[in-house]
Design a protein around this ligand. Structure first.
Ligand SMILES: NC(=O)c1ccc[n+]([C@@H]2O[C@H](COP(=O)([O-])OP(=O)(O)OC[C@H]3O[C@@H](n4cnc5c(N)ncnc54)[C@H](O)[C@@H]3O)[C@@H](O)[C@H]2O)c1
Length: 336
């Protein structure tokens, strides 16, 4: 997989992944429209780290623009496509649902069509732990049904998995969906808890703690996500010969389609995460305890057995180590 299209290359995960792919000597076209869902300067600064590489080209294209995406696939021969561009965020999907439809659904079809017509060997795409929705059996397994999403964001990610399956079935396109579990680390997303908490604490403002702090998350460090994605790119999904339509396994298929959880396989209490952050910052947080937010889930926890079996990798970075690295980056980036 020498030549890759990475969508969302100026985003948190896309930027970190692209840096690693370039280090490995691969050619990357990074599609990103640098939209203003959060501070575009952070996206420009991430991109500025990629642009000096002769192996990197930026395509300033909206994924929802059918003609431009088709033209891009006409211009390059991609061995693999990694789709990380999305309208992310659970809470924002209650405010601006159309943005999720445009990028996550229309944009995803544009990519599927590009892959179908240009002989792409592997489409790897970001799904999310949020697809587990109302499920409560822990740890979340890809072999459980995920038919009860509680936000439009989650529904759009589940839709991606279903749409990918049809292309794997109809056209033999190899597709792998990755359900990421709360990713954090340097160059992180300003709309996510760690970033919001750090900013508020350093500015002497209270932090909003939802569900009165009774939340659990499988926090996954960015380098672990990158390592997992890189390994998955080169690992084509094989049809599962034992798949049986009488008892359909939601996690595999008779066609070249797979989904994996990528999580730390470690449930952390939100209050412990905050405690670790306070230790790293050397400052206590003033906490504003609030009820649960609509669309959110109280807990996530990933079963990663399939991932370990297929790519021989298990995320392992502790929050003590990962949060410290985030804080170091934050202080350096914002010169605090
Ligand atoms: N960060 C997490 O904890 C997490 C968890 C689960 C799933 N995910 C998924 O992983 C992927 C990457 O997430 P992230 O945290 O890096 O998010 P991000 O918002 O930092 O990155 C997404 C990038 O895609 C770009 N983009 C969005 N819409 C676009 C469009 N229409 N055309 C072109 N570019 C567009 C944005 O400008 C942004 O740079 C997303 O699909 C997200 O849903 C992330």
């Amino acid at each position: 997989m020498k030549t890759l299209l990475v969508t969302g290359a100026a985003g948190f995960i896309g930027h970190n992944l692209t840096l690693q792919l370039l280090r490995q000597g691969r050619q990357v076209v990074g599609l990103d429209n640098l939209n203003d869902y959060y501070d575009p300067q952070l996206k420009r600064d991430r991109l500025a780290q990629l642009l000096p590489s002769a192996s990197f080209t930026h395509a300033d294209i909206d994924l929802a623009d059918r003609d431009q995406v088709a033209a891009l696939f006409g211009e390059y021969r991609f061995d693999a496509v990694v789709n990380l561009a999305a309208q992310a965020g659970v809470r924002y999907s209650l405010i601006n649902p159309h943005s999720y439809v445009d990028t996550n659904l229309v944009g995803f079809v544009n990519l599927l069509e590009g892959c179908r017509h240009s002989g792409v060997r592997h489409l790897v795409y970001a799904s999310s732990s949020s697809v587990y929705g109302a499920n409560t059996r822990m740890p979340f397994s890809v072999h459980d049904n995920v038919d009860h999403p509680v936000s439009l964001y989650a529904a759009s990610k589940k839709a991606n998995e279903l749409m990918a399956h049809t292309y794997s079935h109809l056209f033999g396109l190899a597709t792998t969906g990755l359900r990421f579990f709360t990713v954090y680390g340097p160059w992180g997303r300003p709309d996510m808890a760690l970033f919001l908490f750090t900013k508020a604490i350093l500015e002497g403002r209270p932090i909003n703690v939802f569900n009165n702090g009774n939340m659990e998350r499988d926090f996954t460090y960015i380098d672990d996500i990158v390592e997992g994605v890189v390994r998955v790119i080169d690992h084509l999904p094989r049809p599962d010969g034992s798949w049986n339509g009488d008892a359909p396994d939601p996690g595999t298929s008779y066609c070249p389609w797979r989904v994996f959880n990528i999580g730390n396989n470690h449930k952390e209490k939100l209050m412990r995460y905050i405690e670790v952050l306070e230790e790293c910052l050397g400052q206590k947080a003033e906490k504003n305890f609030l009820p649960m937010q609509d669309g959110d889930v109280p807990a996530t926890y990933a079963n990663v057995d399939d991932l370990v079996r297929e790519i021989d990798f298990k995320p392992a970075t502790s929050i003590e180590e990962g949060v410290q690295r985030f804080v170091d980056w934050y202080r350096d980036y914002y010169r605090i």
